[in-house]
Design a protein around this ligand. Sequence first.
Ligand code: GLP
Length: 252
Amino acid sequence: MAPAATLLRLSDAAAVAEAAAERLLGALAGSRPVGLATGRTMEPVYAALRRRLAALPAQRRAELLAGWRSFNLDEYVGLAPSDPRSFAAAMATALAAPLELRPGQLQLPDGSAPWPEQEAQRYAVAVAAAGGIGLQLLGLGSNGHVGFNEPPCGADAPCRCLELTPATALQNAAAFGGDPAAVPRRAITLGMVEILAAEQILLVVTGAAKAEILRRALEEPPSAALPASWLLRHPQLTVLMDPPAASRLALS
Ligand code: GLP
């Protein structure tokens, strides 16, 4: 394991969400944009972030919101931002609307772009032009993906348009009426290249269902079969876990 990886097993999922929100709040004050993620793991994180922002003195809150710049990891190909099943809609509900962010402050790939490969290129250029990511928030896919970097995936995989795996369709089916066949076949995702180029990485993992894939990601040699395992190469990786997620780790 990378010597700099910090593994934090907190008391429960609520404590994990609070700790992640605290770090996000700190990163919003930084000079680089924040990298954001979607998924059920992030819902309590964003709720905690909203609460923390609301509790700030009005001027500090206004400063942070005025300076907000973020790039989400990924989006389904074929879903417009107005589609309630899109990640853009999820982010609008969780953060952009309640925080009254201006258009362009919270960015995602455009799932409705007519040429998804070109859209992936455009998005990679936009992230680079903004100076790259400061703090990158990540969840963990049940098959070891981060963003939508599906296995097999090398550490040199760039931002791109790719096919989603059946495992991911199954994991994300709930947002599509429970039907894996209704989940879009393709997505645009930041690659391992952009993720590993972030100043800091914050991997958030909760629930017993992720325990075994987290153990493999952290304890097996990094490999393309498990994209999250490349994170161990990063010099500033923090993993926030609740006890069920950490239950299979050989933590000292
Ligand atoms: C999704 C997203 C990932 C997310 C992961 C975990 O497919 N593309 O960015 O981190 O899967 O999702 P959840 O938190 O719902 O388990």
